[in-house]
Design a protein around this ligand. Structure first.
Ligand SMILES: [Zn+2]
Length: 247
């Protein structure tokens, strides 16, 4: 019943054009929106429309969650689903947006952060960090990073062993990611410059999240220096960001 309603609701959302304000915000802030061809741009707008209507959004610590904030976050996340067939981040239980650095009020000693993805499906973002995406020279994308953790967790655990549809690709990912992760550890230890954010050397889950950031934000550079990794990410996301991004 629920899935019937889901299908009906999504079909209805896909048919409607995105309203003008939302289209303008995407145009102004989502680099892919400007560079995609008309059909792909329409697809991006459709994914945004579904995420806006079906994800549960909440502003925290007094942040009033405007339509612009939601549209810009959905726009960055939607780029990751351009190759997906029928997934709209439905299993994200809530998207929480904070007005600044996220400080934890629990007893844990973990440091303040700009984003998190929870095992129960929640994604947490700092709005100022989202606004920094795409500023020149900054290859970080907190939205891609946290939603990548979410996708990693869809197989039941967020450990960097992302779910592929083919077992051959799955095995190849395990092999290539292990080699690349060791290489990053080594490079970080010797303070060498890396294409992948050194934060990826924290553990395999962070490795996948920063590899996803590099894949979407600097696809040419990533392809040049990490081709095997790039090709597997292209299979996982079923898209090649070099189509619209020449960095
Ligand atoms: Zn992370």
């Amino acid at each position: 019943m629920l899935s019937l309603f889901r299908r009906w609701h999504i079909r209805r959302l896909l048919r409607q054009p995105l309203d003008n304000d939302r289209t303008q915000w995407l145009k102004a802030h989502i680099a892919a929106h400007q560079k995609l061809d008309a059909a792909m741009r329409r697809r991006l707008e459709q994914i945004v429309a579904v995420m806006l209507a079906r994800c549960h959004w909440e502003g925290c610590e007094g942040l009033v969650l405007s339509d612009e904030i939601r549209t810009r976050i959905a726009g960055h996340a939607a780029v990751m689903l351009l190759g997906a067939k029928d997934y709209y981040f439905d299993s994200v239980s809530v998207i929480l947006v904070f007005p600044g650095i996220i400080r934890r009020h629990d007893q844990s000693n973990r440091s303040p952060t700009v984003g998190e993805a929870w095992a129960n499906g929640g994604v947490v973002l700092s709005w100022p960090e989202v606004q920094r995406i795409g500023i020149q020279g900054n290859q970080h994308n907190v939205v891609v990073h946290e939603f990548a953790h979410h996708l990693d967790g869809r197989d039941g655990e967020m450990g960097g062993s992302i779910p592929f549809s083919s077992t051959t690709d799955q095995a190849e990912w395990a092999r290539v990611a292990a080699i690349e992760y060791q290489q990053l550890l080594e490079d970080v230890r010797h303070r060498r410059a890396t294409v992948l954010d050194p934060y990826g050397a924290t553990n395999e889950a962070e490795f996948f999240a920063v590899a996803s950031e590099a894949f979407f934000e600097q696809p040419n550079r990533t392809h040049y220096h990490h081709q095997a990794l790039f090709d597997l990410l292209a299979k996982f996301y079923q898209i090649d960001p070099r189509l619209w991004n020449d960095h």
